[in-house]
Design a binder for this molecule. Sequence first.
Ligand code: PLP
Length: 445
Amino acid sequence: YSTPTRFAENRPLSASFFKTAGTHIAGGVNGNLRYFTPFPITFKKAKDAWLVDLDGNPYVDYLLSYGALMLGHGHPVIKEAVQNVWDQLGTSAFGAAHPMEWEMALELHKLYPSMEKMRFTNSGLEATLFALRLGLAFTGKTHVGKFEGHYHGSHDHVLVSVNPDLDQAGNPTAPEAVPETLRLPDYYLKHTVVLPFNDLPACEKILTKMKDQIGIVILEPFQSGYIAADQEFITGLRDITKQLDILLVFDEVKTGCRITLGGAQQFYHVQPDLTALGKVVGGGFPIGVVGGRGDILEFSSPQHAGKHEDIVFHSGTFNGNPISMAAGLATIRYLSQSNRFEDMVHRTQMLRKGIETLAQDYGVPFKTIGEGTIFNVVATNRKMTNYRDVASLQKETRMALDYLLMDHGVYSKPLNRFSLSDAHGKREIEITLDGFERSFSKLKS
Ligand code: PLP
């Protein structure tokens, strides 16, 4: 059945483009996670739920720009919103205030009441970076707590996790921090404490011991968007951090508007001190948002204190740019129409159920896990609770499925999770299930 060799044979134009790209783009990709072997697919067209690659192969897209495209590719309401900005303001407006920033803040506050005040950035990376900077300044402490295997964008404080070789990852209750990038400055390794996800007693022990150093804890409430925090864990973590004067940040860059419209915090009924958003709320254009308690956000206000060294600095040429605001507003308003979001969740459940039934029928070892409009297909029957469960999975089985799926017109990028969009209708789900059925039948043979 399909293998990387067969994959390459079917995509000669992607193969040669990848080679060409590598002459001036490091590794041929603008982001390490975009690479997979033997080469990533290059696309030339996208519309609704569909992608077409350079070789003319069509795919139902489940990567969806890493989950950002909640309305699919080229949705007319986004086109109209962006066209209006173009007609009235040009592109990035003025690098100054405009009313859409306020409209966006209001809509987000309605969905995320914990975000009393906020600031806009251009990416999720910038949002988590600024959240941590704010939190450390607010508490006057020096260390950040983060969870093993949780992703918060590519900046130094959070490029710390445990060794993927679990024999060297340290005791599960006391993870051993290692850098995830070459020669990370020592400062970040020393000032980032790695915590075990879904293990409340272990977290309580570490946080209590280091309560005078750790000012802020950041987590993905659903690790990688699909591994849920247990309710008792996340409620307990909220209580403990409050007791210890440690701020809690929910990184909802992936889960925002995807688990529920109000994100994981609405799902769990837990209010963090700060929230980072991105992806969906930019409607397909670059965005990040940091929001939370007004007293914390106000530390970045130019009126906060007389001296510049008493203010947490934050800036960015394209922050709050009208195109991202317009596309984001159009997306949020569209999703807020009655039953839109619920219908998407329903279709996600249909797809997941279909995949699981087929897996049973064909006797292949896959199940789906996730919530709302995100899920992943994993080759295990065990409950998945943390990074160590992911690291100990047999990747070969899922990789074999991924190459087959791509040859049958289903794309999520190998080993990646699946996100749905409003454009994934019954027809796309049927085509996807057909792709899974053909792939499972070949895996079985
Ligand atoms: N935080 C989480 C949970 C993410 O999933 C991502 C991106 O995938 C980021 C932060 C970084 O966002 P961006 O890629 O927009 O910088």
